[in-house]
Ligand binder design. Structure first.
Ligand code: RTP
Ligand code: MG
Length: 139
């Protein structure tokens, strides 16, 4: 299987609750190589653009409010089958449905405040990674 990349954000709830180190350790142990990594905070315009695909959904305003309320940790990750394997590692969107041992099962508090983002396709992984990191920040 080919090596490819995914993009993740440790969301404001995970960072506020002090789970950054534990989540990065789980990502590392699962075999992902860190290509790019930073702590940053999204503006309202950033979050509206990043989540534009959801702009008609009823939770959009709440999502933008949440994602901008504090710092996030953004990262590009590399591994064989990265997109699918990372979504398996993080678990279902709603932590109540997430499998035991997944990052959302361990660290998410609700459907909205669910600790981590994971890209849903190779194409979106590239778009999302380039949204947060320049070419000079990706190794
Ligand atoms: P993500 O994009 O963050 O990795 O999450 P996902 O694919 O599992 O879920 P998606 O459908 O893309 O939704 C994006 C994020 O919006 C929030 N959400 N809230 N209150 C709600 O009903 C609701 N539904 C979605 C979550 O933060 C979700 O991760
Ligand atoms: Mg999604």
């Amino acid at each position: 299987m080919a090596t490819n990349r995914t993009f993740t954000m440790l969301k404001p709830d995970a960072v506020e609750n002090g789970h950054t180190g534990a989540i990065l350790e789980k990502i590392n142990t699962a075999g992902f190589r860190i290509v790019a990594l930073k702590k940053t905070q999204m503006t309202k315009a950033d979050a509206e653009a990043f989540y534009a695909v959801h702009n008609e959904r009823p939770f959009f305003g709440e999502l933008v409010e949440f994602m901008t309320r504090g710092p996030i940790v953004a990262a590009i990750l590399e591994k064989e089958n990265a997109v699918e394997d990372f979504r398996t590692l993080i678990g279902a969107t709603n932590p109540a449905d997430a499998a035991e041992g997944t990052i959302r099962k361990l660290y998410a508090t609700s459907m909205g405040e669910n600790a981590v983002h994971g890209s849903d396709s190779d194409e979106n992984a590239q778009i999302e990674g380039n949204f947060h990191f320049s070419g000079r920040e990706q190794f």
